[in-house]
Design a protein around this ligand. Sequence first.
Ligand code: GAR
Length: 201
Amino acid sequence: SARLVVLVSGAGSNLAALLAAHDVPAYGARVVGVVSDRPGIRGLELAQDAGIPTAVVSLKEFPDRAAWDEALTEAVAVFSPDYVVAAGFMKLVGAPFHARFGGRMLNTHPALLPSFPGAHGVRDALAYGVKVSGCSVIVVDEGVDSGPIVAQVPVVVEDADDEASLHERIKVAERALLVDVVGRVAREGLVVEGRRARIGR
Ligand code: GAR
């Protein structure tokens, strides 16, 4: 089955969903390593509880971003992943990472891209006043949430929503979408043609 490395920066609920799915051999993918840019987060605990090896590569432990980028790339590369999944990873990866894993890295985002990219997709969608938001799984490219879209699910915004309540509902849809897409990509492959991505060979 396909080897996955999952990148996390926080709660790790998307990671937890992948860990719940990967025990079934028919899923076609298994998490072989979890890498974080921050120590002490719940995502790392979840991985450790599941017996998955982890690594932490903190930006502040490196002289500059380029050195961090090399270290992050190496920390992921030691697991020899077929695919890298950013699941709530809140940093942009740099040139060495793209050179190594470009076209094989997925990211999940809590908005319907290309609307509301960046670190505050839920807040920005709410502030704009959209009535429908959702989640997107994309192929990571050099930009901020600008890569080809693999799959999206809409989530209706309610009048009473605040950022937390909307994010919670989006995350329910997001976990299901991510588990589905990662499994299908692992089993069937991923093709990127220009801006358009599709699952298949
Ligand atoms: C998820 O909603 C993910 O889409 C978002 O952070 C959350 C992480 O939750 N990522 C971004 O906003 C990236 N720009 P989790 O740690 O519980 O999986």
